[in-house]
Each structure stands twice: as structure tokens, then as C-alpha cells.
Write a protein that binds this ligand. Structure first.
Ligand code: SF4
Length: 214
């Protein structure tokens, strides 16, 4: 999808950065071809299994309260900010999992003018990511946590365990998937400002302290 100058002029900087990352990922996937794409699918296998476990947990413990408290009363705070932190790996995983139509829809929604009162990825039919960014998947508001965990303390233990497992994919004090995915595209000569694990001073420091960088 090639955006017109008129559409681009209505986008904010966050939207442009996100759209640029989608474009970098699509370019990389097309350069690496079917074999490279299949290799990446194997790489993200355990992450996708983790995401399935998170979805099942949320569905069994939080679906009712989130539906009643937020969606029915239209007071949802989850998707009310116009920008959320996304990682380059989020966009890669989503592009691998999405159909061409789903990716087109994401780009189309991203190109729409945003008034700043809702997430740039929120369409009338909901979120347009096929695999939501990790930050969104692991977000629970204090009110929902209090309501559920006070009734089912064992759910809190499960949630804390999932939060720990999340780090195994994205916290670079060890070799992690999110870092690997950035490097695959860097090795193709591609770069994005969302490659936080390779360019954020804070995360580079984490790697340095763990002895993973000179
Ligand atoms: S990316 Fe999707 S889930 Fe995350 S805040 Fe935006 S609309 Fe909500």
C-alpha cells in the first residue's frame, strides 16, 4: 500500500514511525523469500505458544469483568491512548501471522487521521493487529486485577508466572527472540527506530551488564 501525500500529511509522527516499521518488515520478508519466512515462523513458535497461553488465561479469568466494566459501559482505558510502546518484533510477528488482507487493513487504519483520543490501531471493529503488541497483551488495569486476584489468589500466581515468561522473549539480559528478530532484519541492511533492543541506550546497557556486549 503506497500512501498518498495527502494521507501522510494528516498522520502524526507516531503513525509515520509505525507505518515505516510495517514497510521495513514487509521489505525484509519479501527479500528473504519463502525459505527465510519459514525459518522465522519456526523461531517464533514458542512465543506464539506463550501468547496462546496468555490469551487463554485472560479469557478464562478476565473476559467477564473486562466486558462488563469497560466495553459495555464504553469506559475502556486499555486502548484510549493514541500511542503505545511497540517493539520491532511485534510488527514482525504480526506480519508473519496476518493474512495480506489483515495487513492491508492495519495499514489502512494507521493511515487514518487520529484525533488523539484513542489508539491509532483501534478500528470500529476493534484492534487491527492480528497478534497484539506484547505491551497490550500483558496489560491489566489495577481495577480488574484487584477484582479478580482478591477472589482467585491462584490466578495472581499464574499471572506473575506469565510476566516472568514474558521477559524470556524480550528482556535482553540473555539472548532473546525480540533481539534476534531485529538482528535478522539488520543483517538484511534494514533498520527501524523501533529496534529498541539494538539501539536503546538503556537496553544496550542491560546487554552490557549481562556480558552480551563489549
Ligand atoms: S494496539 Fe490494539 S490492543 Fe493495543 S492499545 Fe491499540 S487498539 Fe488496543
Amino acid at each position: 500500500m503506497t500512501p498518498t501525500k495527502q494521507l501522510v500529511s494528516k498522520m502524526n509522527d507516531y503513525q509515520k514511525e509505525q507505518l515505516d516499521t510495517v514497510s521495513v518488515v514487509k521489505t525484509g520478508l519479501s527479500r528473504m523469500g519463502e525459505v527465510g519466512r519459514r525459518e522465522l515462523m519456526v523461531c517464533i513458535d514458542s512465543y506464539m505458544a506463550f501468547r496462546k497461553t496468555v490469551d487463554e488465561f485472560l479469557s478464562s479469568h478476565f473476559r467477564d469483568i473486562c466486558t462488563e466494566t469497560c466495553f459495555a459501559s464504553q469506559t475502556s482505558a486499555c486502548c484510549g491512548k493514541d500511542s503505545i510502546i511497540t517493539f520491532f518484533a511485534d510488527t514482525v510477528v504480526n506480519a508473519l501471522a496476518a493474512t495480506p488482507n489483515q495487513l492491508d487493513l492495519l495499514e489502512h487504519v494507521l493511515l487514518s487521521e487520529n484525533t488523539g483520543h484513542r489508539c491509532v490501531y483501534l478500528s470500529p471493529d476493534g484492534c487491527v493487529w492480528t497478534v497484539r503488541p506484547i505491551v497490550c497483551a500483558m496489560f491489566l488495569c489495577d481495577r480488574a486485577m484487584e477484582a479478580v486476584f482478591s477472589q482467585w489468589p491462584e490466578a495472581k500466581t499464574q499471572w506473575n508466572d506469565l510476566r516472568c515468561r514474558e521477559k524470556d522473549f524480550k528482556w535482553p539480559d540473555q539472548p532473546v527472540l525480540f533481539d534476534h528478530l531485529e538482528k535478522v532484519f539488520l543483517n538484511l541492511g534494514l533498520r527501524s527506530s523501533l529496534m529498541h533492543l539494538n539501539f536503546s541506550p538503556g537496553l544496550l546497557n542491560v546487554k552490557r551488564k549481562a556480558g552480551l556486549l563489549l
